[in-house]
Design a binder for this molecule. Structure first.
Ligand SMILES: [Zn+2]
Length: 512
């Protein structure tokens, strides 16, 4: 099947921060898993580049908005390349073909009677690009997220008739799995229960946006245009740009992964817009939590922002991926703790998994002519490690269905722990000194190597580079991944290369 998934299109008012890296890493892991499962994956990320905030940021930097966007979005693309993110598309909402898709989408919605003119009055946060529902009674209220004064707006805008979709949206959010995790679904349910209000989709006197066709002086509200980037991303700029074609290119998306702050846009406004335009709805919207650092909110004023490029340079992609995916329950808020990060990487990856492979290969090389020993009859599917591997695979796949990276990582780690335990119990180093135990040792080492091979396979979506380094040392037949996950894939008699470390110990001097 085609599996389309998206990160949010990141707003280019600033460079990427750890939060955007977290979302992107998570999506990358999912994309890799789905590809291994045999799906045709369309993994979309990109940048959202319109709106007042961008215009002001560019002006402050003495740049044209376009030059500013070019600079920042190039930074995003470079960053994801450095992290070896496997996105299939990178869409910029300033791409020329995006404008045509926005126009086509709008004319469908307008033809459907869902656009009306109205007066928009209220307090507006430019940083959020959003009217605030009911700011405190203060004379000059401020944004609860940005702690910056809100601006009073009173203008004639075009509105989308969201209120007309009350029932359909209520039904949609009751659909099991549409909004995950469950706590987020309840948030949205409460919001919808208050009654959906029409929302403005245009701005006047804002040149940095897509002009609304047929409504001079209006440009599209940045959110209206940004959400449509998910559709544009599916089309290549040179093909006949027909909105209908998205349905042959991977729409509807199976999954939108977003931060919890933009849930409303994805779980309420977006589906209503799609319903109006007669396009199918995404399968699932997953709102993950926010990251703090050592218990504190990250912010420029606090000087504790973690730069994803610095993190990558100092720690490597796999270490960070492992920590974020294995330690923070996906969906909950998480806290980045440096000591815990170092401890987990060293104990799980360097010790439990890395040493397992290293010492087993070293023994097999020493005693069995540097080749995979023959297990005889003793290492079939009834072997305790084969049973453990079977269980680990089952837990692992079930965890991916729930996007529970932590449980997936724990399943793999559990298998490595079982293999280490088995090795210690059997103590081949003692047996080798006894007469008539050579076959027994061959069988034990085969089973442990085979468990390590499965660990390496299962690590592929989580820590791809480490997985590759492990598999390079374990001779297996080339076959589709699901076949590789069957017990017994290690090739008997194949040469075992000199063991090389698969994950160096992480040593960090001073704070990141
Ligand atoms: Zn705000």
């Amino acid at each position: 099947m085609t599996y389309t998934l998206t990160t949010p299109l990141y707003y280019v008012n600033d460079r990427a921060h750890l939060g955007s890296a977290y979302t992107t890493l998570a999506c990358d892991a999912i994309a890799r898993y789905r590809r291994l499962m045999g799906d045709t994956v369309v993994f979309i990320t990109g940048c959202d580049e319109h709106g007042q905030k961008i215009q002001r940021t560019a002006e402050a930097a003495g740049l044209s908005p376009q030059a500013h966007c070019d600079l920042v979005s190039a930074g995003y693309q470079q960053l994801w390349q450095n992290w070896q993110i496997s996105n299939d598309r990178f869409i910029r909402t300033t791409d020329p073909h995006h404008r045509r898709i926005v126009e086509q989408f709008f004319s469908r919605v307008e033809a459907n009677g869902d656009i009306c003119e109205g007066r928009q009055q209220g307090w507006y946060c430019v940083a959020c690009e959003e009217f605030k529902d009911d700011p405190a009674e203060a004379k000059q209220p401020s944004c609860p997220i940005h702690h910056k004064p809100l601006e009073w707006r009173d203008e004639v805008n075009l509105f989308f008739r969201l209120s007309a979709y009350q029932q359909q949206i209520e039904q949609l959010i009751r659909r099991p799995g549409f909004i995950a995790p469950e706590s987020r679904r309840r948030e949205v349910e409460n919001f919808v229960a208050q009654g959906l209000r029409d929302f403005s989709i245009s701005r006047v006197n804002l040149p940095w946006g897509v002009p609304v066709p047929g409504h001079e002086g209006h440009t599209f509200y940045v959110w209206f245009d940004a959400l449509l980037g998910y559709l544009t991303a599916l089309l290549s700029p040179d093909e006949t740009l027909d909105l209908e074609a998205v349905c042959q290119r991977g729409w509807p998306a199976q999954l939108h992964v977003i931060g919890k702050d933009i849930l409303r846009f994805h779980a309420v406004y977006w589906p209503a817009m799609l319903l109006s335009a007669g396009l199918p709805l995404p399968e699932r919207v997953f709102g993950h939590g926010f990251l703090t650092r050592e218990g504190q909110k990250m912010g420029k004023s606090l000087g504790n922002v973690l730069d994803p490029q610095v993190l990558l340079d100092r720690c490597g992609a796999d270490a960070v991926r492992w920590y974020l995916l294995r330690d923070i329950p996906f969906g909950d808020d998480g806290d980045f703790q440096q000591q815990r990060f170092v401890d987990l990487v060293n104990s799980d990856l360097a010790n439990t998994i890395g040493n397992l492979l290293n010492r087993t290969i070293a023994m097999a090389r020493r005693w069995f002519d540097a080749a995979v020993p023959s297990p005889g009859e003793g290492a079939g599917t009834g072997h305790p490690l084969a049973v453990a591997a079977d269980e680990a695979c089952r837990d692992y796949h079930a965890a991916w269905q729930r996007l529970d990276f932590r449980a997936a990582a724990e399943a793999v780690l559990g298998l490595a722990i079982a293999a280490n335990g088995y090795l210690n119990d059997q103590a081949p180093w003692s047996r080798m000194k006894q007469d008539g135990q050579r076959e027994h040792v061959a069988c034990d080492l085969y089973a442990v190597l085979e468990a390590a091979r499965l660990v390496a396979q299962l690590l592929a979506p989580l820590v791809p580079q480490m997985s590759d380094r492990m598999l390079a040392q374990l001779p297996g037949a080339s076959a589709p991944w699901l076949e590789q996950l069957r017990w017994g894939g290690l090739v008997v008699g194949a040469p075992l290369p000199e063991p090389a470390p698969v994950m160096g110990r992480l040593e960090l001097e001073g704070p990141l």
